[in-house]
Design a protein around this ligand. Structure first.
Ligand code: SAH
Ligand code: SF4
Ligand code: F3S
Length: 440
């Protein structure tokens, strides 16, 4: 047996990329690669990229620039670019970056090992197809090694919503759902390997409509109820949802399914109906508020998280005020917010753009408001007794970190043998971005 080759992987972007990187590592494992923590020791470098905002995409080119020297030191080093930048700019990458050997898109990475074999000695390959075959079928069974207590599982991919700012429908393709049985098999496998919490992933996860074992179309709620039956699986989460696909049965599941965690990421983007319309979001601020009310009726303590874009083309001060109002009404426990970033090829890229300074100032105000809400919710956990799934050791001897049901990081003193178990923790302190507690 020859010594294993080394693979260095860097992942950008959303959780789906994290999942995809895992699957790519596994598929390269089948052809003799194991991962390494440093690019200097690698035989192959894989960047799994994100195209969502300009900065994210530009990062890739500067990162590649840094690898130029490694490539000249080691001409056998292979460099691969995967993910959404690969999909969107694959040909351009090949032209701009002569050291790149492989470009592979998010829907064709099951062919990564074959591409690796075909590349090298000056031969460069691009595969950014949206193939007929399902990559998950082609990837086959996952390895059996023990793993961390929390895992991602992609159940749905792509998006047909075409929000005016967003590249996802172009980089990930049209919306598709994996069949229920495949998901259940993968989930069982994960549980056997020590997983206690599964986060179901999809760019539009609540649009899930996979085929069930009897050929019936199955909703996300029905899938969650199937997963609920799995012994050993303790917690179920899902992300990211679109307000328009938040059906009654999913809301009900939040009330009735004890394994479904009280946390919902439900991006709204803006609180102004005029801007929402220009964004092609097809919900209003009021319909979003009504939805939040309904969800809170089903599960009063649910933590709501969101995404916001500030400085979308033509956003006026009063539009921004409407967003701030909506935030005050919802009271978010968590949120991601971004300045609008022009994405070539999307409708909003062609419109009148706002001054960068205006965007920066609005983002600052919005993030301050969110930070206050986030902190006050986190502080309200002090004194409570919360179930915490302990996930890993920290750099402090004898300390573990885990997650509460509301996804707050919680630090406790506990032995390593408790990793993978759920413990009741009395919360004693709220820190900047985490909680500290004592096992009861
Ligand atoms: N499917 C999810 C979001 C996927 S993209 C949804 O429908 O909400 C993740 C987040 O990135 C988006 O919610 C949005 O807030 C942000 N985003 C997407 N395109 C952007 C752009 N052009 N500029 C700034 N932020 C953007
Ligand atoms: Fe992008 Fe989400 Fe809109 Fe789809 S629903 S286009 S992924 S922002
Ligand atoms: Fe980025 Fe692609 Fe995810 S653009 S956010 S990595 S779907």
């Amino acid at each position: 047996m020859s010594a294993p080759k080394k693979l260095f992987v860097k992942t950008y972007g959303c959780q789906m990329n994290v999942y995809d990187s895992e699957r790519m590592i596994e598929t390269m494992g089948q052809v003799g690669y194991e991962t390494t923590e440093t690019p200097e020791t690698a035989d192959m470098i894989l960047l799994n990229t994100c195209h969502i905002r300009e900065k994210a995409a530009e990062k890739i080119y500067s990162e590649l620039g840094r690898f130029k020297r490694l490539k000249s030191d080691n001409p056998h080093l292979k460099i691969a670019v995967a993910g959404c930048v690969a999909q969107a700019e694959g040909v351009e990458i090949m032209q701009r970056q002569p050291m790149v050997d492989m470009v592979v898109g998010p829907q064709s990475y099951h062919r990564l090992a074959a591409l690796e074999k075909a590349s090298g000695n000056g031969k460069r390959v691009v595969d950014i197809d949206f193939p007929e075959e399902d990559k998950f079928d082609q990837l086959g069974a996952r390895p059996k090694a023990k793993r961390a207590p929390s895992a991602f599982l992609t159940v749905q991919e792509g998006c047909d919503k075409f929000c005016a700012f967003c590249v996802v429908p172009y980089t990930r393709g049209s919306e598709s759902s994996r069949p229920v049985e495949r998901i259940l098999n993968e989930a069982r496998d994960l549980v056997e390997r020590g997983v206690r919490e599964i986060t179901l992933l999809g760019q539009n996860v609540n649009a899930y409509h996979g085929i069930g074992s009897k050929g019936q179309e199955t909703s996300l709620a029905a899938l969650i109820w199937e997963l609920d039956k799995l012994d050993g699986l303790e917690r179920i989460r899902f992300t990211t949802s679109h307000p328009n696909d938040m059906n009654e049965d999913l809301i009900e599941a939040h009330g009735n399914c004890t394994k479904l965690m009280p946390y919902l990421h439900l991006p709204v983007q803006s609180g102004s109906d005029r801007i929402l319309k220009r964004m092609n979001r097809s919900h209003t601020a009021q319909s979003y508020m009504d939805l939040i009310d309904k969800i809170r009726q089903a599960r009063p303590d649910i933590l709501i998280s969101g995404d916001f874009i500030v400085g979308f083309p033509e956003e006026m001060e009063e539009d921004f005020d409407a967003t701030m109002d909506l935030i005050r009404r919802v009271e978010y426990g968590q949120a991601y917010s971004f300045k609008y970033s022009i994405r070539p090829g999307t409708p909003a890229a062609e419109r009148n753009q706002l001054d960068e300074g205006v965007k920066t100032e609005r983002l600052y105000r919005l993030q301050n408001l969110i930070a206050e809400q986030q902190k006050s919710l986190q502080d309200s956990m002090v004194g409570r007794n919360l179930p915490v799934l302990l996930e890993k050791s920290t750099r402090f001897e004898g300390q573990l970190v885990g997650k509460s049901e509301y996804l707050h990081a919680v630090h406790v003193n506990a032995p390593k043998t408790m990793i993978g178990t759920i413990q009741h923790v009395r919360i004693t302190q709220s820190n900047r971005n985490s909680l500290t507690g004592k096992i009861c």
